[in-house]
Design a protein around this ligand. Structure first.
Ligand code: SAH
Length: 229
């Protein structure tokens, strides 16, 4: 057994899965397995590693936070992923949620506004051997930038099976609804800057049919079709 900095992260992770996930109603086997495998301590600053498996958010720099494990698990469970899914994630942050998605989906497309955070996430995800992830630095409220694909010989238009927003929006940007496939699922914290409702939406006949999941508190999505700075 490997004890980094004298801390047994593996047994802490196991305890977190039992108490904070299963104990609070997370039941989806894929989600439980992924959360039991991804080393959250690798996604937080060294000074916070000893708190990596407490069920709370932690600072990751640039005034942003890594979400609490239970919320990551809940949002992932709401997405009902399978290994055919192509997922768009808005708000890469530390890359921890990205890693969980990556384990359960075919491919993850993730957008982060801060180049500092995106580059740090790319480094840790690369080091941990995640390969099915595409990164983009920019404003995720405008969706995935397909215009960039022409130069790479990839299709101009693409729709996602799943979309997850890991920062709060006043309302779900229409561009994101447009980039979601029919019958696709979108999960997002929607509300004002101080408090939001976690919403799960399923796209039916071009419209999002929304369901309330729980009250949440996320940092703001800052962008053209989101909160202003
Ligand atoms: N899922 C992340 C949580 C990140 S917090 C994790 O597990 O660590 C939300 C992130 O959204 C922050 O990193 C913030 O910089 C980013 N963000 C804010 N506005 C954005 C925008 N318009 N487009 C993309 N990312 C944005």
């Amino acid at each position: 057994m490997y004890y980094a900095n004298g801390i047994d992260f593996e047994s802490q992770r196991r305890a977190m899965v039992e108490k904070d996930l299963k104990g609070k109603g997370i039941a989806e086997p894929g989600v439980i397995a992924a959360m039991g495998q991804v080393p959250r301590e690798e996604f937080v600053p060294t000074s916070y590693q000893s708190q990596a498996y407490a069920d709370g958010p932690l600072p990751i720099g640039m005034g942003q936070t890594i979400s609490q494990p239970y919320i990551v698990a809940l949002m992932t469970q709401e997405l009902r992923l399978n290994n055919y899914c192509e997922v768009l994630e808005i708000g890469t942050g530390s890359g921890y949620q990205t890693a969980i998605l990556s384990k359960l989906a075919k491919r993850v497309y993730t957008i982060e506004r801060s180049s500092v955070l995106s580059e740090a996430a790319q480094a840790v995800l690369g080091r941990l051997g995640f390969t099915n992830i595409e990164f983009y630095i920019g404003d995720g409220s405008k969706g995935w930038p397909f215009s960039d694909n022409a130069t790479k010989g990839e299709p101009q238009e693409k729709k996602f099976d799943r979309i997850i927003l890991t920062a709060a929006v006043p309302k779900i940007p229409q561009t994101l609804i447009d980039q979601l496939k029919e019958s696709g699922i979108l999960v997002a914290p929607v509300g004002d800057a101080g408090a939001q409702e976690l919403i799960t939406g399923v796209k039916k006949d071009g419209k999002l049919i929304e369901r309330f999941v729980c009250d949440v508190r996320f940092v703001k999505l800052i962008g053209e079709d989101a909160f202003k700075e």
